[in-house]
Design a protein around this ligand. Structure first.
Ligand SMILES: Cc1ncc(COP(=O)(O)O)c(C=O)c1O
Length: 381
């Protein structure tokens, strides 16, 4: 029997399902298979279908005005595989890696699973703090634990929605250069940008070999297609590729996506971006209306991406809040899930790509009731 509770799903980091191009993708699949279907009778090319690598190249060039060479672009099973190849190719179990104190759960899982020690750097409204990074690097190097790499989502960070201004990105490069440490830049949300001008990717400011750039097709098409890519210089690719032991990324997905993007890349990105921007605006208005006067409560104003990070007043009982929210059909992610050391923190993440726009204001109103009730409950000392 279908549930009678209405749900408000601020949980998943998915793009807007309403713009998923089922029909045009179906047409693209038919065209691609009738023209090139026999390619599927072979194993995929190691670095991926040149046409799809060309799409990644065109996206990067349009966003950052630098054209990475096609041979330096490798198609992967989502950005997730780029993370895994970085962890396995650039580090050894027991090595440390530096990353933002609040980080995508998938990144935390992959790095931990690869046996890496996570060294968090503080984050503020403009992303990773460079003063803290400098002291963390100094400390690590002085104790003989030079990190294998620095991982950062400089634009539209998951979970905080923050972005580093260009001066921070330049400083990050300087610090990485000083200690000769590779930067792994995760730009999964690259095209979901709301407020121009776009800040250049760290990769576009760097010299060859300094940065591994990780991209995705999940947020402009759908995570179900499992396509992503990374860009790196030849010697870094040579360190990462031995760990790509999947027989190649699905050529069926690559063929269909490349054919679809031949005609629809920019208009589809624009449609998705606009849909998500409308939802972000609706969410910001709803938060202001419901929580604007609650002392101790604040939230980020993301310039892109799919997430907004809410700071809760300390007197909110977070366990009680979660219970009440679940009963009211509200889904969000707890801050603790993203804390690199699994500490309980007074934050929650609201994702705004997946939920229907019409449900946002109602969902935040319901959440406000839960927050008030969870504040009224005495917090155990
Ligand atoms: C920062 C970040 N990196 C990587 C990924 C994984 O993306 P993909 O679906 O391309 O594997 C996600 C997914 O949410 C993410 O938020």
């Amino acid at each position: 029997m279908a549930s009678l509770i209405k749900t408000y799903n601020f949980g998943p980091g998915n793009p807007d399902p309403g713009v998923f191009p089922s029909h045009d993708l179906g047409e693209a699949a038919r065209r691609a298979l009738s023209r090139m279907g026999t390619i599927l009778a072979q194993y995929p090319e190691q670095r991926g279908l040149p046409e799809l690598r060309g799409v990644a190249q065109a996206r990067f060039e349009r966003n950052h005005h630098v054209r990475p060479p096609l041979e330096n672009i490798v198609i992967t099973n989502g950005a997730m595989q780029g993370l895994q190849l970085s962890a396995m190719g650039l580090a050894r179990p027991g090595d440390s890696v530096v990353l933002e104190e609040f980080e995508y759960v998938g990144t935390i899982r992959v790095f931990k699973q690869c046996g890496l020690e996570l060294v968090p750097v503080a984050i503020d409204d403009e992303g990773m703090r460079m003063d803290d990074l400098e002291s963390v690097l100094e400390r690590q190097v002085a104790s003989g634990r030079k990190p294998a790499f620095i991982y950062t989502t400089a634009s539209y960070q998951n979970p905080t929605g923050t972005s580093q201004p260009v001066e921070r990105r330049r400083r990050l490069l300087e610090l990485a250069r000083r200690y000769q440490i590779t930067i792994v830049e995760d730009d999964t949300y690259a095209d979901i940008s709301f407020e121009p001008p776009r800040v250049p990717a760290i990769y576009s400011l760097a010299q060859p070999g300094e940065v591994v750039y990780i991209g995705s097709f999940s947020k402009i098409l759908g995570p179900g297609v499992r396509l992503g890519f990374f860009i790196a210089d030849e010697s870094t690719i040579a360190r990462m590729m031995p760990w790509k032991m999947d027989g190649g990324t699905s050529m069926l997905s690559q063929l269909v996506a490349a054919e679809y993007f031949k005609d629809h890349l920019w208009d589809h990105i624009e449609e998705g971006r606009q849909a998500v921007k409308d939802k972000r605006n609706t969410l910001l208005d709803a938060l202001e209306a419901e929580f604007g006067s609650v002392p101790g409560m604040s939230w980020t104003r993301p310039e892109g991406g799919l997430f907004l990070w809410v700071k809760l007043p300390p007197e909110v009982d977070r366990v009680r809040l979660q219970q009440l929210a679940t009963e009211a059909g509200i889904v969000y992610s707890t801050g603790q899930a993203f804390q690199a050391e699994n500490k309980d923190v007074a934050f929650l993440r609201l994702a705004f790509g997946w939920i229907e726009r019409e449900e946002i204001a109602e969902g935040i109103r319901a959440l406000a009731q839960c927050v008030r009730a969870a504040m009224a409950t005495p917090v155990p000392s």
